[in-house]
Write a protein that binds this ligand. Structure first.
Ligand code: KG4
Ligand code: ZN
Length: 349
């Protein structure tokens, strides 16, 4: 606790290629958010190499936690609870953050609060908007996930729609690679798309009857076919037009389903979250669609869309009275966001 009586949460995130630690006061105020990204290392491989990721987390985790405490101007004794990502993610990567968090919890005798990675992404909105409260519907789109989540309460989620194949970010990364633009593809395609026309090429959009699920493999294959056909015919392609048209196909589906979900629930509030939520076309399209539908629109700043410890600390704070893990907490490579509290009931102490 700090001198004003604020509850301080240390959040630790290591599920993919960012080692991050943050101190957050009362779940909403970021005192520090230190992010050590491995992107430069994984770039040359065109994607995240799990074993390298684990090793880099091991190297970075202590100094990242130390820097987050120093930047916040607090010591471990001031921290009230420790939030950590327990899954889903790369198992070796998750275990590094988890081991660090467990050690700190053991030494300081402070509660250890396991946080689901997607729950963390959603909570970035609580940091951005100090008055935002559930219920709302949130689109979580990242390199590993594309979910429409019914956020009924803090820590209480139901999935309304999900991708049946590629995640949205994965599709961006694959198209970028096919165009020879580099990794990670999302930010590059986003930038290129600004120079092109979203209506230049018609790529297919997949809709399912009576379902809010997504499919991005069709649009991805269609872009790859377009590139191959153009190459076979010796026709030059307009990279910016391909990026803009592909991006439009993906964004349109995401936004249509998100608005439908909000209307089904009648909450009147939608949020974006996850790495793809940094996409400028998605932010613009969701804002416009929400406005037209009379729905309030929320999205985190780009720095809070990407993986970070602050979103984990925020999520931990809001469930601190109902969720706690013991010393036997393990990491999960795949775990649903539904019924997280049920998962930890039997080990609460
Ligand atoms: O949430 P995140 O940092 O990590 C995961 O949990 O996966 O998301 C990373 C993903 C990558 O696929 C990246 O290409 C995508 O988010 N991304 C974007 C943008 N910025 C990052 N996709 C589209 N447009 C962007 N501006
Ligand atoms: Zn993420």
């Amino acid at each position: 606790m700090d001198k004003d009586g604020s509850i301080l949460t240390l959040g630790i995130e290591s599920s993919c290629d960012e080692t991050s630690a943050s101190v957050v006061a009362n779940g909403r105020e970021v005192l520090s958010n230190v992010i050590s990204s491995q992107i430069e290392i994984h770039k040359s491989f065109g994607g995240v190499v799990p074993e390298i990721a684990s090793r880099k987390h091991v190297e970075a985790v202590i100094s990242v936690i130390d820097a987050s405490l120093k930047e916040a101007g607090v010591s471990l004794t001031d921290i009230d609870n420790i939030g950590v990502t327990f899954g889903p993610g790369l198992i070796g990567a998750l275990l590094v953050g988890l081991s660090a968090a467990k050690t700190i919890a053991y030494i300081t005798k402070k509660p250890l609060i396991p946080v689901h990675h997607i729950e963390g992404h959603i909570s970035a909105n609580f940091i951005e908007y100090k008055d935002l409260k559930p219920p709302f519907v949130c689109l979580v789109a990242s390199g590993g996930h594309s979910h429409i989540v019914d956020c009924r309460d803090y820590g209480d989620f139901r999935i309304m729609g999900r991708t049946r194949d590629d995640a949205a970010g994965e599709a961006f990364d694959k198209i970028s690679r096919a165009l020879g633009l580099g990794y990670p593809g999302g930010p590059i395609v986003d930038k290129m798309a600004k120079e092109g026309s979203p209506n230049a090429i018609k790529f297919p959009k997949v809709h399912f009857n009576d379902s809010l699920d997504f499919s991005f493999s069709g649009v991805k294959t269609s872009v790859l076919n377009y590139l191959n056909n153009s190459a076979a015919k010796g026709e030059a392609i307009n990279t910016a037009d391909v990026c803009a048209s592909f991006q439009k196909a993906v964004v349109d589906i995401l936004v249509e389903n998100l608005i439908k979900a909000a209307q089904l629930k009648g909450y009147g509030k939608i949020c974006l979250a996850g790495g793809v939520a940094a996409n400028s076309a998605l932010r613009q399209a969701a804002e416009t669609a929400a406005h037209n539908a009379g729905i309030e629109f929320y999205r985190p700043s780009p720095i809070l869309c990407t993986d970070n410890g602050a979103m984990i600390a925020s999520a931990a704070y809001f469930v601190m009275n109902k969720r706690k893990a013991g010393n036997d907490l393990n990491a999960f490579a795949n775990v649903s966001i539904e019924n997280i509290d049920g998962l930890f009931n039997n080990i609460a102490n």
